[in-house]
Design a protein around this ligand. Structure first.
Ligand SMILES: Nc1ncnc2c1ncn2[C@@H]1O[C@H](COP(=O)(O)OP(=O)(O)OP(=O)(O)O)[C@@H](O)[C@H]1O
Ligand SMILES: [Mg+2]
Ligand SMILES: [Zn+2]
Length: 246
């Protein structure tokens, strides 16, 4: 048997522009600007920091099908939102039944803005946020304070706040939500909200958004967001049911 080890693969040639340094001298000759070879790296970093859940990572407007009229107009509005950024003065309140594509649409906008306009966006599943906050109680607030957990969501220039109203609205839940949205309202940060609850109950005796989030939050949302009704079949069950066998 030969004892000659295979040659290690040659390292990729350095970027001809920056010679692998990653930065170039700006035209003023005094400052450094990132080289174009770093663009992909930066875009990946931005996507990771947006904390988009695995299931929705590839959601785009291109792969958002419009089966209903409300999906078609919501998609058109989403394109206008993206094209107009940063000259946008209200976020979106996407309201509709289970599986109509609310989270897909919200993440598609976030993905596109993070990718093409370099926006510092953040995804927040509201139920997850509440769980994280609640876990600080049992740990005696040792690792991360509630303030440290919430601050990135208060500050992000664009926040997707998913599943608003899905958790039973205790006083504590309403206080957390009020604290977060009131700060974003005061700082004029844009928020895309998704929720199953509208202003009219889905069925007689059902709950409204105002009941789930409280009057002060519903009032702020009216000023912070444009209403986007989204109706359609439950995509999970009716359009693309899971298959184990071909
Ligand atoms: N119009 C659509 N085109 C393509 N895929 C869709 C569409 N609507 C939904 N989907 C897909 O169906 C699944 C469910 O959609 P999504 O999670 O966005 O629904 P939702 O309205 O947020 O539901 P829920 O109220 O339960 O949160 C996702 O995998 C999503 O990518
Ligand atoms: Mg959803
Ligand atoms: Zn380079």
């Amino acid at each position: 048997m030969s004892s000659v080890l295979p040659e290690p693969p040659a390292p990729p040639p350095p970027c001809p522009l920056c010679k692998g340094f990653g930065f170039l001298q700006a035209p003023d000759g005094r400052t450094l600007v990132p080289c174009s070879c770093r663009a992909e790296e930066r875009s990946t970093a931005r996507r990771v920091s947006a904390r988009i859940p695995e299931r929705y990572r590839n959601c785009s407007l291109e792969n958002f099908n419009h089966l209903t009229e409300s999906q078609r107009s919501a998609k058109a509005l989403a394109w206008r939102f993206i094209e107009s950024w940063p000259a946008v003065d209200a976020g979106l309140l996407i309201v509709g039944p289970v599986g109509a594509g609310k989270t897909h649409l919200a993440v598609a906008i976030l993905n596109e803005l993070v990718e093409s306009k370099g926006v510092r966006g953040l995804f927040c599943d509201f139920t997850d946020l509440l769980d994280r906050l609640q876990s600080t109680f049992s740990r005696g607030g040792a690792d991360e304070s509630q303030d440290e957990i919430v601050e990135p969501y208060r500050e992000a220039p664009l926040l997707v706040l998913d599943e608003l109203g899905s958790r039973r609205p205790t006083d504590w839940v309403r206080d957390v939500l009020y604290g977060l949205l009131n700060t974003r309202y005061n700082r004029k940060r844009l928020t895309i909200v998704t929720t199953n609850f509208g202003d009219q109950p889905e069925k007689p005796g059902g709950e409204t958004l105002e009941l789930r989030v409280g009057v002060p939050v519903r009032s702020r949302l009216a000023e912070m967001c444009q209403l986007v009704p989204l109706s359609g079949p439950d995509y999970r069950r009716e359009v693309r049911p899971g298959r184990v066998f071909a």
